[in-house]
Design a protein around this ligand. Sequence first.
Ligand code: CU
Length: 303
Amino acid sequence: MLLALVALPGMALAQQADPKQWQLNMGKGVTQTARMAYEAHMVVLWVCVVIGVIVFGAMGYAMFKFRKSKGAVAAQFSHNTTAELIWTIVPVIILVVMAWPATAKLIAMYDTRDSEMTIKVTGYQWMWKYEYLGQGVEFTSRLDRGSDQMRQSGQVPTAASNPHYLLDVDHPLVLPVDTKIRFVITADDVIHSWWVPALGWKQDAIPGLINEAWTNIEQPGVYRGQCAELCGKDHGFMPIVVRALPKAEFQQWLAARKPAAPVPPAPAEGSPAPDITPEQAAPAATSASARSDATQAAPAPQA
Ligand SMILES: [Cu+2]
């Protein structure tokens, strides 16, 4: 009950970050990166709106004011240097004005320095593997059983009956809020792409290559995403769920997940070390003794 009360605000925020039906604009997300993308998008949108109004307004006005039925006669000139200079220089200025802040934002988005922890993400056909580097915690995350049974049953799920159909996993990626987290992203078979819209970026997962990204989630909650690179027949069935927890709760979760420190087995009298089977031990022993024979034999004639 207490847990449910604690979880409630987080769930409400999470739903805010989820896309809504008939939502017109992109979401604002829950990271600085997402907000920067949203701001850049809004600036460009309004630049486009102003240009559209001016251009279509001028066209409409000219077509209406100077129509043939009013006796308008077309001018016969073919060049106007002033007009050409204006319609070259003005767009260049607009592009530079848009590119300057966009470039600064892109550079910030790719700056993974001073990260506090690193998550390795590996894409597989068709699931994700998450490794908390240096923590000894790793697990795979795949489509939840409920979605899987529903999709194979032939029934038609509705938003009411299955609100997170194909968007739930068995083991979500648990992350702390207010922490700069670096991601290293790769794949084991084909190209996938790790994408959670609320975080504000997606990054290709390419076999043999390591891509980088980072995030710093500002609000606890559950954020959903999907593989964003067509990766085979079950491409649509490898969703991503990020559960962002307050720092202290995350530390508890991580501690519970960590493997217990291995207890060294006490060797019993006369018995071989229990972690090596006789089959494993035999070839090693023979090659080691062969090697030691050789090294012992070699110096002898020289001495
Ligand atoms: Cu994929």
